[in-house]
Design a protein around this ligand. Structure first.
Ligand SMILES: [Zn+2]
Length: 298
């Protein structure tokens, strides 16, 4: 790249369904580093519509972790009160419902009453077997999800931060992905697209594990009149793996920032622990150093 691209705004978008872990720290560090490099502001967005798993102490943990690690953000809630009063996704339900209504009016969705166990009985990798596609279950029935009528061959293009584009199609295990959950709340793919457009995001930095979600969101956007979502530039960063090569999960205590802080560890200890999971045995004292370690090209 002769000239660095310049972006307006990126975001960090944690889900408060568990304590943040070292993988989140790496993701935040990389996002903050790319924002600094490209002049982008950072929005803090808290994705809190998983009503069964979201807890206030996990929301508070997001603020505590960012402040403790000195990771900056320029827009969004500064504390729990601001989050609750103004920034929770609950305040944007009308916008999400309008999009769901658009999909309904365009006959782009169908109702599904399958349980997770029923789906897994047919496909052990949870690929939805289209059981309800032609069942004509009413969209206003109780305890049903809405699924998108997808065409697995429809071309998708993802714009990369390197300046090129990746042509793709929906992943084979994501046909008919859920757009409204059984509890009536909009699904992550829909809220994420609408929020990114609402807040003027033009750079999305996320872990490589969200590549399938990126494809789903690119696929969905034009169907909810969110065409300019397709102009957003993406960067998918490598993931931290535990010693067993498994993706870090929110339940594993030893990699939770909350746990490490309670153990008296310093920010430098936490950055160093994240670096160790990248296979780098050297002391790290700032998020900038951690990001540089993960992404030597930046
Ligand atoms: Zn079904």
């Amino acid at each position: 790249m002769d000239q660095q691209p310049v972006y307006r705004k990126t975001r960090i978008a944690p889900t408060p369904s568990g304590y943040l872990h070292l993988g989140n720290v790496l993701s935040f560090a990389i996002t903050a580093a790319l924002a600094e490099k490209t002049g982008a502001k950072i929005l803090l967005r808290i994705d809190d519509l998983d009503r069964e798993r979201v807890q206030p102490n996990y929301v508070q943990d997001i603020f505590d972790t960012l402040n403790f690690l000195d990771i900056p953000w320029h827009e969004g809630p500064r504390n729990f009160d601001e989050y609750e009063r103004e920034w929770s996704q609950v305040h944007r339900m009308d916008m999400y419902r309008d999009a769901l209504q658009t999909l309904k009016e365009n006959d782009a969705v169908f109702a599904c009453n399958c349980s997770r166990a029923q789906i897994r009985n047919i496909n052990t990798d949870d690929t939805y077997p289209a059981t309800c596609l032609h069942q004509n279950i009413p969209l206003d029935a109780e305890n049903i999800s809405w699924r998108l009528k997808t065409d697995i061959n429809e071309p998708i293009t993802v714009k990369n931060i390197s300046g090129d584009s990746t042509p793709a199609t929906l992943p084979a295990n994501m046909p008919y992905f859920v757009i409204r959950k059984k509890d009536g709340y909009p699904a992550y793919q829909l809220t994420s697209v609408l929020d990114d457009l609402l807040y003027g995001i033009d750079l999305i930095v996320r872990g490589a594990d969200l590549w399938a979600s990126t494809l789903a969101q690119q696929y969905l956007a034009p169907k909810i009149d969110a065409h300019s979502f397709n102009d957003i530039v993406f960067f998918h960063h490598p993931l931290l793996m535990s010693s067993g090569q498994a993706k870090l999960s929110k339940s594993s205590g030893a990699t939770s920032v909350h746990y490490l802080r309670n153990e008296g560890r310093s920010p430098a200890d936490i950055f160093t622990a994240a670096a160790a999971l990248l296979g780098k045995a050297e002391p790290i004292s700032t998020w900038q150093q951690l990001a540089a370690l993960a992404l030597p090209m930046f």
